[in-house]
Design a protein around this ligand. Structure first.
Ligand SMILES: CC(C)(COP(=O)(O)OP(=O)(O)OC[C@H]1O[C@@H](n2cnc3c(N)ncnc32)[C@H](O)[C@@H]1OP(=O)(O)O)[C@@H](O)C(=O)NCCC(=O)NCCS
Length: 373
C-alpha cells in the first residue's frame, strides 16, 4: 500500500534543516531555531542555509550589501507589472514576475552552480520588491527605490508603505522571516527540488515552488487565519465560532501539521510577537482572539498551532494587506528553496518515483463509431 501524501517517506538526504516532530525541535545547519530567532537576522540565516556555517562579520556585511543592492527590478519588468490586471492576487503576480525575471537576469542561461547562487541572491532581494511594488501598483501609489542602508525586512516595509518602519515593526518582520526560512521537505521545497533535479534553471524551480506554496494547505493558510480572526471580531465569540466550525466539519486553518505532533517551535515566537505588537499598539484584541481560538482547538481536537496561526495576527498588526501574507512566506522561504536547489545540484540525480497502477488492463480498443453510451 502506498502511503497517501508520502507521509513519513524519506525522499532525500539533506544537511540543511531537521524537523523533529516528536520533540517539536527545528534545526537549521545545527542551530536551534530558538537560538536563531532570538539572536540572528534574516540575512545571516540565508548565509547559514546556503553556505553551511555562520558568517564572519565582514562576510555578512558583504552578503547583506549584495542583497540590498539587488533590491531592484528591471524597468521592463516594472512596466510589465503595470499591465497586469489589478485584481491579480499577489501570489499570481509573484509567480508570473519571477518567471519573467529569468529573461532579464544578467547571468542569462548560464545555470552552473556559481551563476545559480548569483541568481538566487537576486531572487531573495527581488521577491520583496515584487510584493511591495504590486501592492503600490494596484493601488495607484508611487514606487520607491529601496534604501541601501536598510535590511530586507525594513526595506520591504519601506517599499510597501513609503515610510521607514519603527524598530519594533522591522524586528518583528525580520524574526518572522528567520522563522519561515526553511522547513525540510515541505511541499514547495520538494517541488523546487524535483524541478531542479531535471537541471532546469533556478527561476523555473522557484516558480514551481511559489505555485505550490500558494495552496491553502501550505502557505495559503495564514490568509485564511486572519479572515477567521476578523470574522470572530471579539475574544468572547471565539469559542462558539470554533465549535460551529467543527460541527460543520471545517478545518481550523493554522492548526495541525504533517510532521509536528507537538507545538510547532516557530509558533512560540510568533505568539510572543503577536502579544508584544498588541501591547505596543494598545490593542490586544487580535492576540486575545488568537489565544481563545488556540485553546479551544487544542481542547476540542488536540491540535497545536502551526507557523501560520500567529503569523496572521502579527502581519495584520504590521498593517500588511491580508492577501500579501503568503507572499511574505515566499519572500522568506525563497532562501530555503535556494539552499535545497544548491544541495540538489551538488549531488544530483533525476527525481522520478513510481506509481502503483490501480487502473484496468487489457481493454480492447473500440472504434468511436462502434462505442456504446
Ligand atoms: C497541515 C495539514 C495539511 C496536515 O495534514 P495531514 O498530515 O494530511 O493530516 P490530515 O489532513 O489527514 O488530518 C488528519 C486528521 O486530523 C484532522 N485535522 C488535521 N488538521 C486539522 C485542522 N487544522 N482542523 C481540524 N481538523 C484537522 C483531519 O480532519 C483528520 O481527521 P480524521 O482522521 O478524523 O479525518 C492539516 O493539518 C491542515 O489542513 N491544517 C490546516 C491548514 C494549515 O494550517 N496549513 C499550514 C501547515 S504549516
Amino acid at each position: 500500500m502506498v502511503k497517501a501524501g508520502l507521509e513519513d517517506i524519506v525522499a532525500a538526504e539533506s544537511a540543511i534543516c531537521d524537523v523533529d516532530g516528536a520533540q517539536g525541535r527545528l534545526i537549521f545547519r545545527g542551530y536551534d531555531i530558538h537560538d536563531l530567532a532570538d539572536n540572528s537576522t534574516f540575512e545571516e540565516v540565508v548565509y547559514l542555509l546556503w553556505f553551511g556555517r555562520l558568517p564572519q562579520k565582514s562576510e555578512l556585511e558583504k552578503f547583506s550589501k549584495e542583497l540590498s543592492a539587488n533590491m531592484t527590478l528591471p524597468k521592463e519588468v516594472v512596466t510589465a507589472m503595470k499591465q497586469l490586471p489589478k485584481q491579480a492576487t499577489p501570489m499570481e503576480v509573484l509567480r508570473t514576475i519571477t518567471s519573467l525575471l529569468s529573461m532579464y537576469d544578467p547571468d542569462g542561461t548560464n545555470d552552473n552552480l556559481e551563476a545559480t547562487i548569483r541568481k538566487a541572491t537576486r531572487l531573495v532581494a527581488q521577491l520583496p520588491v515584487i510584493t511591495a511594488y504590486w501592492d503600490n501598483i494596484r493601488n495607484g501609489r508611487e514606487l520607491q527605490a529601496a534604501k541601501p542602508e536598510l535590511n530586507i525586512a525594513s526595506n520591504f516595509l519601506y517599499l510597501l508603505t513609503g515610510s521607514v518602519p519603527s524598530d519594533v515593526s522591522a524586528k518583528s518582520l525580520d524574526v518572522a522571516l528567520v522563522l519561515h526560512a526553511d522547513h525540510e521537505l515541505n511541499a514547495s521545497t520538494f517541488a523546487a527540488r524535483v524541478a531542479a533535479a531535471t537541471l532546469t534553471d533556478i527561476h523555473s524551480a522557484v516558480v514551481a515552488a511559489i505555485g505550490t506554496l500558494k495552496g491553502p494547505l501550505h502557505g495559503g493558510a495564514n490568509q485564511e487565519v486572519i479572515k477567521m480572526l476578523l470574522n470572530i471580531k471579539e475574544p468572547a465569540n471565539a469559542q462558539p465560532y470554533v465549535h460551529k466550525m467543527f460541527e460543520e466539519h471545517q478545518k481550523a486553518m493554522g492548526f495541525g501539521h504533517r510532521v509536528y505532533k507537538t507545538e510547532d517551535p516557530r509558533a512560540h515566537h510568533l505568539r510572543i510577537m503577536s502579544e508584544q505588537l498588541g501591547k505596543q499598539m494598545g490593542d490586544l484584541r487580535w492576540y486575545q482572539i488568537s489565544r481563545e481560538v488556540e485553546q479551544t482547538v487544542q481542547k476540542e481536537k488536540g491540535l497545536y498551532a502551526n507557523v501560520d496561526f500567529y503569523s496572521a495576527s502579527v502581519y495584520h498588526m504590521l498593517h500588511i494587506p491580508i492577501d500579501l501574507f503568503t507572499s511574505i512566506f515566499a519572500m522568506s522561504r525563497m532562501s530555503g528553496w535556494a539552499a535545497h536547489i544548491f544541495e540538489q545540484l551538488g549531488n544530483n540525480r533525476l527525481i522520478r518515483p513510481r506509481a502503483e497502477y490501480t487502473g484496468q488492463r487489457d481493454l480492447k480498443y473500440v472504434p468511436i463509431t462502434e462505442r456504446k453510451a
